[in-house]
Design a protein around this ligand. Structure first.
Ligand code: MG
Length: 268
């Protein structure tokens, strides 16, 4: 069962979200041919350290604990890529996902970047994935059930000729990175029956569509973490942590210039 957060708690989560946004600004400035994914990870690690924030990804349990503070996934890698010596190359796309805990509250966000010039169909994949996240945020303030939002997400992606990954979903977030409910980017009858939830003020979720150019199917690489598309075609991933409020959806991992006029929590 999901936990509903007070405006005070949402304001605290906004602080964590803003730090995650700032870390992504640093990442964006490093995206260029020749940069290694380990260099990007190191900059984010240092940034969280300097701000007394606890990285959420490092040590996540698995067959081997996740070894880095970011997941960096290039081209056909969907999510959970491990930073390393790989150099970014012109024409790549690179998804960076990271999160931190600040004063006990979590934030989580992901962006996919183009490295230099990319092919037009790959640019469309980035645009559609970004747009479907924006659509989901907007609809979360207008629909009453998540299944209604997820259905429209699925339709939007399909109408654009791409497929939504079903093997991984978004999540509730608060004191922990992964809390109830699960937040899929598609619907099926099982979800409508057993997983659906109401979009009520106080709900805080991470929405994170993963969109593949070809098949929705993914498989894990031998490192036990990195997920790749089954057909080797590219995949994109965007994510925001959002709070549902009486006034509308509040994007906790957006930049300071995107702060809504009715910013909650300011009356305290
Ligand atoms: Mg997430």
């Amino acid at each position: 069962m999901e936990i509903l957060r007070s405006l005070r708690e949402i304001a605290l989560m906004r602080k964590a979200g803003l730090l995650v946004w700032q870390s992504h600004q640093l990442v964006a400035s490093m995206i260029q041919p020749g940069a290694t994914t380990a260099q990007i990870d190191a900059v984010v690690e240092r940034f969280f350290e300097e701000h007394q924030a606890v990285p959420l990804f490092k040590g996540v349990p698995g067959r081997v604990p996740f070894p880095a503070v970011t997941c960096i996934s290039v081209n056909e890698e969907v999510v959970h890529g491990i930073p390393g010596r790989r150099e970014l190359a012109e024409g790549d796309i690179v998804s960076i996902d990271t999160g931190c805990k600040l004063n006990g509250w979590c934030g989580d966000a992901a962006y996919t970047h183009a490295v230099g010039q990319i092919a037009p169909d790959v640019q469309k994949l980035l645009d559609v994935t970004r747009n479907v996240l924006d659509l989901a945020v907007e609809l979360s303030g207008k629909r009453s059930l998540w299944s209604e939002v997820a259905a429209e997400m699925g339709t939007y992606v399909k109408d654009n000729g791409f497929s939504v990954v079903e093997a991984f979903v978004g999540h509730g977030i608060g004191r922990e990175m992964h809390e109830d409910p699960q937040v899929p980017n598609f619907v099926n009858s099982r979800f409508r029956r057993r997983g659906d939830f109401q979009l009520r003020p106080g709900l805080v979720i991470a929405i994170e569509p993963m969109v593949n150019m070809g098949t929705k199917e993914v498989r894990a690489k031998p490192d036990h973490w990195t997920q790749v598309t089954a057909d080797g075609l590219p995949s994109a991933h965007f994510e925001h942590t959002i709070a549902i409020t009486e006034s509308g959806p509040y994007v906790l991992t957006a930049g300071p210039n995107e702060e809504p006029d009715w910013k909650p929590g300011v009356r305290e």
